[in-house]
Design a protein around this ligand. Structure first.
Ligand code: MTE
Ligand code: MO
Length: 256
């Protein structure tokens, strides 16, 4: 009885050895043939650029994930958001504001008259929300829940931010409070980032005055300083717009 099992297992081992060796042979021969096929393709063959393009765009995707403005900030479940988000920085928002009379002024880069938007023009776009870790350069952070519209949707819908008659974006966007006391400059890549929002709600409620009513910027790829509250004016340029904290020596970019 014991003898028999031993014989069987010997046979099994032999069979396995044979198959794995055959598999190895097949793989090598297959590999050699596909290499022959690939390298032997005439340069005019359409399949060749297609294959290399696949590899290139794969590399591109990896690069974008780790090194570009396109990476997404981490998001959290709503339950993690602060019920009473911290308030910080009140430059340009201390005066009272009549949100009915408020308008967002968008300055024409070519000297035409400004365009003025009401809140309802902004709220006409698809609503988006984000729950993310808001980080202030002073050293605190907090998970917050904001809603608004994508900045990119706003620009695309109202055809703003591109050079006249072209498909080319201006390199920067400038934002200022209505009294021009606080102002920031933003690179266009960060403005067009899918998580960059023009917000009118926090925790599903209209923005309180000190969080930037009626409209504030939420730009999760940057530190708090760039998240301008109470936007009054927007403009476009190819040179870096003036930036309040940069004038006090902070890094212009403050990308996280
Ligand atoms: N108008 C205006 N926006 C501002 C500031 C400011 O002083 N004035 N401070 C900035 C800074 S430094 C931070 S950390 C955030 C704080 O936003 P919060 O008060 O909603 O938490 O607002 C930013 N936006
Ligand atoms: Mo901040």
């Amino acid at each position: 009885m014991e003898k028999k099992t031993e014989q069987w297992s010997d046979k099994k081992i032999q069979r396995r050895t044979f198959f794995s060796f055959a598999g190895f042979l097949l793989a090598s021969v297959g590999g050699w043939f596909s290499w022959k096929w690939f390298s032997g393709l005439p340069p005019t063959n359409n399949r060749l650029p297609e294959l290399t393009r696949d590899v290139l765009s794969f590399n591109e995707r990896i690069k974008d994930k780790f090194f570009s403005h396109k990476h997404l900030a981490k998001t959290y479940p709503k339950a993690r958001a602060a019920r009473k988000p911290r308030l910080n920085g009140f430059i340009g928002i201390k005066d009272d504001i009549d949100t009915e009379k408020w308008r967002l002024e968008v300055v024409s880069p070519t000297g035409k008259p400004s365009i003025y938007f009401q809140l309802k023009d902004i709220q006409a776009l698809p609503k988006e929300e984000i729950i993310f870790d808001f980080k202030c350069i002073e050293g605190w952070d907090q998970i917050v829940h904001y809603s608004g519209i994508k900045f990119s949707d706003f620009l695309n819908k109202y055809k703003l931010g591109k050079k006249e008659g072209t498909n080319e974006w201006y390199k920067y966007v400038g934002l200022e409070t209505p009294d021009a006391k606080y102002y920031v400059g933003l690179d266009i890549e960060s403005v067009l980032h899918p998580q960059t929002l023009l917000c009118f709600e926090v925790n599903n409620q209209p923005l309180p005055k000190l969080h930037g009513a009626p409209l504030r910027l939420i730009i999760p790829v940057k530190y708090g300083v760039k998240n301008l509250k109470r936007i009054g004016k927007m403009y476009f340029s190819d040179t870096p717009p003036r930036d309040y904290w940069h004038e006090y020596g902070y890094d212009y970019d403050v990308t996280l």
